[in-house]
Write a protein that binds this ligand. Structure first.
Ligand code: EPZ
Length: 417
């Protein structure tokens, strides 16, 4: 029987919370270990279901994967073969597509199922395939599998038609297997991309320009073993910052890189939140009641699309009218219907959600459809009158490690039933 998260109005959250490693870096670096010439030790890995699935795929390909403790993995990729990631695993998450780039980088060909992941829009992979083609590979899709083979077309530099985190990382992994230098223009700049690039540079792949729109990659001198610590998860950190603001609390988010949260800090301050930044922590003191703002999601360093859902739960009780414009994904407002069942006053028109702040939300039984909608509905439950039941804890476990335990540690009245 699927467990349910039961939340009661909790009052201001107080205390400090440690942030885990970044999901969206870990799910890329785990496949990237296929490119190493020796054993890799990955530290600060968040033990999330998506991370475990990536490890299971890696093991299914023949690599040796061993958890040394709750957040450290030892990976020996030397025995890996160019197999097809098991369909049942690849379909569980979007990031399984990183095995395309990693297998190309290691073996020069790849065959894998279409990825799964949150239903937040069509999420095609045309830019990934465009990048692989520019690297000289032919691709075709047959029976739901993507088959990539060495092709006859000449290699050329890559210009992405749109900024894509996944395509940038995937093509970087494939390019890591080529001696000559590959240039990628209009690359994504997310911190997770810099983290993957730092890992690749440690194993002897040369990656220049990570964090800018132009990357240059060459896999000339691959080296052996390496240790790498995954960067902190800025989306988990931002989620707790929003929860602190929404409950009018006083929370210090620790073990983070504050620079990664500049857009979130700026927008929360606009609502009247006091934010103090340390070197590896941020303290958030929520107002009694926030004031409405307008937010537009953009690729990094813009406001992250992964936090528009939690933010909406906070803006739902701020005074005034807020507008959220979602510029990245077409279908990322499905959670609004669930918030409206809790008394929120939100109208969605295309890419925009117009939020009329209400005095308070009312507890209800709600169902999130994706990972970030889960955390958004939990935040709504923290401030709603009465009791809220959020179904589908499996979504939450994909992206937040011990979210319920961490909220309990801040005084939330929350439990799994
Ligand atoms: C990554 O998804 C993250 N997932 C997402 O986080 C995040 O929301 C997203 O980047 C944007 O920051 C992982 O890293 C595993 P994109 P990704 O390629 O790579 C379109 C979470 O909650 N597009 O940057 O799939 C696409 O449809 C998840 O942790 C194409 O059209 O995102 C979207 O509209 C949710 N063609 C936009 O670009 C392509 O070939 C940005 O997508 C690729 C993408």
């Amino acid at each position: 029987m699927e467990k349910i998260i039961r939340i009661r109005r909790s009052g201001p959250l107080k205390g400090s919370v440690g942030i885990s490693g970044a999901k969206n870096a870990a799910v890329a670096i785990i496949p990237a270990t296929l490119l190493a010439q020796g054993t890799c030790i990955l530290e600060n890995v968040p033990p999330l279901t998506d991370v475990h699935t990536q490890c299971d795929i890696l093991s299914a390909l023949g690599a040796k994967v061993q958890w040394l403790d709750a957040t450290t993995i030892k990976i020996d990729p030397s025995q890996a073969v160019n197999g097809t990631p098991p369909e049942g695993l690849a379909a569980k998450l979007r990031a399984s597509y990183y095995f395309m780039g990693a297998l190309l980088g290691r073996f020069g060909s790849a065959r894998t199922g279409m990825p799964g992941g949150c239903k937040i829009g069509p999420r095609p992979i045309d830019q990934h395939l465009k990048g692989f083609q520019a690297l000289g590979y032919d691709w075709n899709v047959k029976d739901g599998e993507v088959i990539l083979q060495p092709g006859s077309n000449d290699r050329e530099d890559i210009y992405f038609d749109l900024v894509s985190v996944g395509a940038t990382i995937n093509v970087m992994l494939a390019a890591a297997g080529l001696k000559e230098t590959t240039t990628i223009e209009n690359a994504a700049r997310e911190p997770e991309i810099i983290d993957v690039a730092n890992f690749l540079n440690k194993i002897g792949v040369t990656v220049r320009g990570a964090g800018t729109g132009t990357l240059r990659i060459s896999g000339d001198a691959r080296r052996g073993a390496t240790a790498h610590s995954i960067i902190p998860d800025r989306i988990e950190a931002g989620t707790f910052m929003v929860a602190a603001a929404a409950t009018g609390g006083d929370v210090t988010v620790k073990d983070i890189i504050p620079r990664h949260l500049e857009a979130v800090t700026a927008k929360l301050r606009e609502t009247g939140v006091t934010v103090v930044e340390g070197d590896d922590w941020i303290q958030v003191q929520g107002p009694v009641r926030g004031t409405a703002i307008d937010v537009k999601t953009f690729p990094y360093p813009g406001f992250p699309t992964d936090l528009q859902q939690p933010l909406a739960s906070y803006l739902a009780i701020c005074s005034g009218t807020s507008i959220i414009t979602e510029n990245i994904f077409e279908g990322r407002f499905r959670y609004v219907d669930e918030l409206k069942r809790m008394g929120a006053n939100i109208k969605v028109a295309g890419r925009a959600a117009v939020i009329e702040g209400v005095e308070e939300l009312l507890g209800a039984t709600v169902r999130p459809y994706d990972l970030r909608a889960s955390s958004a509905l939990v935040i709504a439950g923290l401030v709603a009158q009465g009791e809220t039941r959020v179904r589908g804890v499996k979504h939450l476990r994909r992206g937040y490690y011990d979210f319920i335990g961490k909220l309990k540690g801040l005084g939330a009245d929350i439990e799994l039933i």
